[in-house]
Design a protein around this ligand. Structure first.
Ligand code: AMP
Length: 212
């Protein structure tokens, strides 16, 4: 089963992708995490992408298409995959279709811009393994330290308030049209993304069970 997690920045796509991948034994493809790892390793693809990411803009489609191709060539999707943060444009959605990636379900997390702006202030990220936390809603066991790998947690450059507003504008202009694309294909399920991590993941699992 291949599932797309859709929603604005900060809706909880990454957190829910982690929860669902464990519950359902699926792999996760996060283009954001791959780009951040490439930046940390100072690889050209990462350094080029960083100029867009720091401004809250989307990385060009051809770069993302290259990353997805690489991933599919080097990873066995096993029982299936959760796509977190990809596709983000109609061109990327069409590219997945052309590459023969069968999409079974698209889960769209719904949350207002105002709630996102409030949430993003508390987000903390592990730049080493990609895990995300929230100081109130999903805190790590030890403050400021990643539960999974022990790395110090940081605030992503693109989680700063002015960049968040830009990312929301980009989401509405370039990513939201994907909702129509998958609605037409009968694959979209909208889920309220404002509740707690646990409540939201329960709703997502229920939504997936109904699709089976
Ligand atoms: P994320 O961690 O998914 O919020 O992604 C962080 C940033 O990486 C985004 O704001 C974009 O600049 C870039 N990015 C990640 N995935 C994509 C994608 N599929 N298309 C374009 N840009 C992306």
């Amino acid at each position: 089963m291949n599932i797309i997690m859709l929603g604005p920045p900060g809706a909880g796509k990454g957190t829910q992708a982690e929860v669902l991948s464990k519950k359902m034994d699926l792999t996760t493809l996060s283009t954001g995490n791959i780009l951040r790892a490439a930046i940390a390793e100072k690889r050209p693809v990462g350094l080029n992408a960083k100029t867009y990411m720091d401004k809250g803009e989307l990385v060009p489609d051809d770069v993302i298409i290259g990353i997805v191709k690489d991933y599919l060539e080097t990873h066995d999707l096993g029982k299936g995959c959760i796509l977190d943060g990809v596709p983000r444009t109609i061109a990327q959605a069409e590219m997945l279709d052309k590459m023969g990636v069968r999409i079974d379900a698209v889960l769209s997390l719904e949350i207002s811009d105002a709630a996102i702006e409030e949430r993003m202030g508390g987000r903390r990220t592990c730049m080493k393994c990609g895990a995300t936390y929230h100081v109130k809603a999903n805190p790590p066991k030890v403050e400021g330290i990643c539960d999974k790998c022990g790395e110090k947690l940081t605030i992503r450059e693109d989680d700063k308030p002015e960049t968040v507003r830009q990312r929301l504008a980009v989401y509405h202009a370039q990513t939201e049209p994907i909702i129509g694309y998958y609605t037409e294909q009968g694959k979209l399920t909208a889920v309220d993304g404002t509740a707690s991590v646990e409540e939201t993941s329960e709703k997502l699992v229920k939504a997936l069970e109904m699709l089976k």
